[in-house]
Design a protein around this ligand. Sequence first.
Ligand code: ARG
Length: 450
Amino acid sequence: MYRRELLGPGSVDKVSYMSSIVDDAEIFRYVIIALIAHVNELERGGIISGDVAGRIRDALRDVWRGGYDPGKLVGYEDVHEYIEAELIRRLGSIGGWIGIGRSRNDHVATAIRLRLRRALLDLMLITLRLREVALNKAVEVYDKVIIGSTHRQPAQVTTLGHYMLYLDDLSRDFLSELMHVYGLVNKSPLGSGPLAGTMVGIDRFREAVELGFDGVVDNTIYATGSRYFVISAASAIVNYLVEVGRFINNLEMWLMPQLNYVSADPSHLATSSIMPHKRNPATLEVFRARIGEAVGHLVAMYSILRPVESGYQLDLQELTRHMWSIVKIALEGLLIFMDFINGIKVNEDGVKESLGKYVVTAAEYAEAVAMRERRPFRDVYNEVARELRSGVKVGLDVNESLMKPVHGSSNPRQVIDDARARLNEVSELMTKVNLMVSKLDEVENKLLTT
Ligand code: ARG
C-alpha cells in the first residue's frame, strides 16, 4: 500500500524479504493499543471528529479481536501497513486519517516499549519466585554441609543454605537492574513522527499518561532512532543468565557420582539409550546451552546496531526479534531452573565421604590456633602445611568451621535468619510488582475495550 504510487506494486518475494510481518506477532496487541491512543489524541486535538475517531477505534478493536495470523498476510511490509490497509478496507478512505501525525518509526518504538515493559515485569515476577524458592530451600538446608570449591579444588566447608543465599544475592542484584531498566523502557516515544516530529499538535505528555508510561522520551530523534533501551534490557538479562549458568555448573559438579553431594528430582534427569546406569542432568544442560544462545542473540544485536547511524533504518527492525528470543530463553529457563532448585536435596553420605578424603578445614584450624596461641598466622600456616605434607590430616571440626563470625558467612544461624528476613523482602516486592502489572492491565484494557 505505501509503495504503490511512488514505486509501483513491488514483488512478493522482495517485500517478504524486507517484511517484519512474522516477527510483528509479538507486538500486534501493542501496535493496536498505540494506534487507539493516537486516535484519541487526534480527536482531543480536533484533527478528526468524534464520529471519525469512534469509527476508527471500533475498527481497530475489531481488527484486534480478529487476531493475527501472519501466514495470511503475505505481501505486507509489516503489521503497521496491514492494520492501516485493514482500516481503509473496512471504513473506506476515512480509515486513512490514521496516517496523520504518525510514522511507523514512532509507533514501532512505542509498541516495542509497551511489549518490553510487560516482559520486564514477567521477568521480575519469575525472579522473585526463584528467590522465594531459593530462600525456602536455604531455610530447609541451612546447616547441610557442602564442600565449596575454588579452582575446582575442595576449598572450605559451607552449607547448601549458604549457596542458596548466593543465588539470592545474585537474583536480588538482577531485580534492581530490571527496575532500573524498566525506568528507561517505560517512556513514550509516541508523537515523535519519523525523526523530527510532526506538524500535528499532539500532546505527547497526555498520550504518555494514557498509555501508562512514566513520561516521554524527550528528543524525537532519540525516541525514534535509538534502541538503547533495547540493548540495556537485553544485556541486563543476559548478564544474569550468564551468572545463573555458572551456578548450573556448580550443580552439575555436585551431582557427579564422583562427588555425589546433592540429588535432583528425577523429572530433571534423562538416561542413556545404551548405558543403563546413566542419570544425566538434562534440563540444566539445555538451559545452559540456551544461555549460550542468548549470548549469541546479544552479540547479534550489538553487531546489527553498531554500523547504523541515529535515524531509523530497517536494521532496527532486524534487531527486535533477538530481544524476544532472549526474553523467551530467560522466562522458560528460569522456570525450569527454579523447579530444579526446589527439588534439590543434600546427600549427606556423599559429603561425608569427601570430608573423609579431603582436608578442607585447615585454614580454619590455622586461624583458630594463631588466635588462641597468639602466634603469627604465617608460622602456624607453615606448620600446618608441613604436617599435611607428611600425611597428617589437620583440620578444625566441621561444625565449628561453619560458625564463622563474619557477616554473610556460612554460619548456619546467620543463614537461616537472613533467609527468613529476605523472604519478607521478597513478598513485599512481589506485592509491588503485582500492583505494577494490574496498573498496566487496567491501562491496556481500557484502550482495547471501551
Ligand atoms: N517494521 C518496522 C520495524 O519493525 C517498522 C517500520 C519502519 N519502516 C520504515 N520504512 N521506516 O521496525
